[in-house]
Every structure is written in structure tokens, then in C-alpha cells.
Design a protein around this ligand. Structure first.
Ligand code: DC
Length: 233
């Protein structure tokens, strides 16, 4: 259906913000030795580029044109725009909110689709986002949908921000998370929704290690030859 990428093993991890999908995707990709696609970073970079270029976040056609010419590159954990490392600028709450706003435009999503699909390269890909399993990689062998209560997601985010020495307000974070969830779930194009064949995991009461073990179990089941046992320390 999508050409050369069909033969590459793919695990998709979708879900709302703050469920730990990003951390899980990085850990899993490292464990398997596969590529990792943080698709949210694309929308975050676009939001930031629009802001810097003075483009209105409601201007779909202008944003789609910008998305089609985005000088974006991933280098390990770094995200580069026109060769410049964006650092933590795309990880703020404001960048997440801007990303959610640019992501509603169908032209933007279409412009970013081919780029995302090209990341399906051997030996395999772990992709995290909102529509990885339901839209971008429908052929993925394993689709995970990770959810957690808004309260717990906000508490995790609060802890992360405080650990970085940043100011945070828990009730504002809960409100922001609810607003972003609603926009991501209710948009007409690629709404946040589990694929019909997704494995559902609720991480409200689970640690990241517990979620990782559960997902690795699924990977072993679906791709038995891809998981090589790591000797116990
Ligand atoms: O995963 P994240 O928090 O970095 O994503 C930021 C926003 O980008 C999210 O609120 C909605 C949008 N997004 C999307 O629409 N589709 C994706 N595959 C990934 C992110």
C-alpha cells in the first residue's frame, strides 16, 4: 500500500500527550536497534517556524506551504531547523499547544505525510504520535495505543517541569491537557483515535518500566526474530 516501506517491521505508539509514549518509543527503538520517529516534533517545529515567520496558526494554506519546505532534520535526540539545533524550545507547553493548532489543517498533514513514511527504513521503525497506526503506517505489525487519566498526565508533566527548575501550575496543566486532548480528538482530519487493531494500554497506574515490559512482550509475539535477549547484569 505504501510501497517500499511495507517490508520494514513497524511498531506504532499513539495516544494523548503525557502518557509516556515518547519515552517508551525511544527505549523500545534503542532496545530493538530500530529507527525512532517522534512525529509530534514535526508539528512542534512547524508551530515554532510559523511563529518565527509571523504566520497565523489558523492560516492552513500558508502553514501547508511552510510544511512543504521545512528544513527539518533529526540527529540522535536533537531536532534541527535549517541546520540549527532547536534545543528545548519545541518542548514547552506553548510549543505543544501551537503544534496541536497547526496539526488540524489537512494541507499541513498531507505535506508531512511522505516525510514520515520515508522514516520506515530497515531494520525497523518505532513511531510515536496520534495517527501513526490509524493513518500514517496502516501496515504496522504492532499498534499500541497508550492512554492515562488527564490528572495523572498533568501530574507527571508537573514533576518533570519542577525537576527542570521551571515554574508550573498543576491546575493550569490539567486544563491545557484537556484542551489539547479535545482539539486532537475532535478535529475532522486524522483525529486522535486508536486504530481498530491497536493494543490498548492504560498507563494511569503503571510505571514506564511496566509499560515497556508489556509492550516488549507484544513485540516478541509479533516480531519473534527481532527481539534479541539481553543477558542479565
Ligand atoms: O506528541 P506531542 O505532544 O509532541 O504532539 C504535539 C501536538 O502535535 C499534538 O497535540 C497534536 C499534534 N500531533 C498530531 O496531530 N499528529 C501526530 N502524529 C503527532 C502530533
Amino acid at each position: 500500500m505504501t510501497g517500499v516501506g511495507d517490508a520494514v517491521p513497524i511498531v506504532t505508539i499513539d495516544g494523548p500527550s503525557g502518557t509516556g509514549k515518547g519515552t517508551l518509543a525511544v527505549l523500545l527503538a534503542a532496545r530493538l536497534g530500530w529507527q525512532c520517529l517522534d512525529s509530534g516534533a514535526l508539528y512542534r517545529v512547524l508551530g515554532l517556524a510559523a511563529d518565527r515567520g509571523g504566520i497565523d496558526l489558523d492560516d492552513g494554506p500558508a502553514l501547508a506551504a511552510l510544511a512543504g519546505n521545512l528544513g527539518l532534520a533529526f540527529d540522535g535526540g536533537r531536532v534541527l531547523l535549517d541546520g540549527v539545533d532547536l534545543g528545548d524550545a519545541i518542548r514547552t507547553e506553548a510549543a505543544g499547544m501551537a503544534a496541536s493548532r497547526v496539526a488540524v489543517h489537512p494541507g499541513v498533514r498531507a505535506a508531512l505525510l511522505a516525510w514520515q513514511r520515508r522514516q520506515a527504513r530497515a531494520p525497523g521503525l518505532v513511531a510515536d504520535g496520534r495517527d501513526m497506526g490509524s493513518g500514517v503506517f496502516p501496515q504496522a505489525g504492532l499498534k499500541v495505543f497508550l492512554d492515562a487519566s488527564a490528572q495523572v498526565r498533568a501530574e507527571r508533566r508537573y514533576k518533570q517541569l519542577r525537576e527542570k527548575g521551571l515554574d508550573a501550575n498543576l491546575s493550569t496543566l490539567v486544563e491545557d491537557i484537556r484542551e489539547r486532548d479535545a482539539r486532537d480528538r475532535d478535529r475532522p482530519v486524522a483525529p486522535l483515535r486508536p486504530a481498530a487493531d491497536a493494543v490498548m494500554i492504560d498507563s494511569t497506574a503503571l510505571s514506564i518500566d511496566e509499560v515497556f515490559d508489556r509492550v516488549l512482550e507484544e513485540v516478541r509475539r509479533v516480531f519473534p526474530d527481532q527481539v534479541h535477549e539481553v543477558a542479565a547484569e
